[in-house]
Design a protein. Structure first.
Length: 270
């Protein structure tokens, strides 16, 4: 593991923001933060058995490469390069709070001599998953269309030398303030994802009637989880981007489970 150097650049005063940098020797420059943040929609399709499940496209890494992603569409930045199995993190800025005074804000910039590798973990829940082994703040994320979803962390990332703590959890996507113009397209995508979920649930319930009640409860729980994740996304009420991407993630997960159920049924019949 490469050693990181902590450099404290500014102190927090009142409502000011402390700025710190974690850098490997010979830190490289980053892509400008004002690059076009509009999400791409290039996708690739899962292989399916004809006549069994309707096609459901899954987003590829190309939808996030070169697009500055903000945590909850508001702050920080994740910037990727590469493609598919060779994703790299070129820039990673985390907003957080001062450990000694949680009412004050701080920021951590993590840069390195070479891009930080994001290793492929396959698609265990229907979406491409990657892990980044960053000292003091390792995390995993799933690739959505023009966004990445980082699950809730059990503990925060603490950067002691900078007196700063932060969490990468949440949906990293385009600046929420820029998405209102895309609200109609986002709503259409959300309806399509909801329809996919309904079809997949029917497919699963027909083949596993004993689990029907559990699936219904799980779907209700998902709605609450989606609201919890998306309540902090910037201007969510005006564009619905987070709600749509979370719904697409749910459709991908159910699709993966439906495929496993279908394969299991095929093995049993043979």
């Amino acid at each position: 593991m490469k050693p990181f150097l902590v450099v404290f650049a500014a102190a927090a005063l009142g409502c000011g923001v402390a700025q710190a940098q974690l850098a490997l020797p010979g830190a490289i420059g980053s892509t400008p933060a004002d690059a076009d943040a509009k999400p791409r929609h290039a996708k690739k399709a899962h292989k399916i058995s004809p006549g069994k499940l309707s096609p459901l496209a899954a987003p590829g890494a190309e939808s996030i490469v070169g697009r500055p992603l903000l945590q909850n569409g508001l702050d920080g930045q994740l910037l990727f390069s590469g493609a598919d199995q060779t994703l790299q993190i070129d820039k990673f800025t985390l907003p957080g709070e001062v450990v000694s005074d949680p009412e004050q804000k701080c920021r951590i910039d993590i840069v390195s001599e070479t891009p930080i590798e994001a290793k492929s973990q396959g698609a265990p829940d229907g979406l491409e998953r990657y892990s980044a082994d960053i000292p003091a703040c390792p995390f995993t994320f799933d690739v959505l269309d023009g966004a990445v979803l980082v699950p809730a962390q059990t503990t925060t990332c603490v950067f002691s030398a900078a007196d700063c703590q932060a969490s990468p959890s949440g949906l990293w996507g385009p600046d929420g303030a820029t998405l209102e113009k895309d609200a109609k397209a986002i709503a259409k995508a959300r309806r399509s994802a909801d329809a996919s979920i309904s079809r997949i649930l029917r497919f699963m319930q027909e083949r596993d009637k004993a689990s029907s009640a559990a699936l219904t409860r799980e779907q209700t729980d998902f709605a609450s989880q989606r609201d919890e994740v998306c309540r902090d996304y910037a201007a969510e009420a005006r564009h619905g981007f987070c709600g749509d991407r979370m719904t697409e993630a749910r459709a991908a997960l159910l699709r993966k489970r439906a495929e496993d159920l279908q394969h299991k049924g095929a093995e049993t019949s043979n």
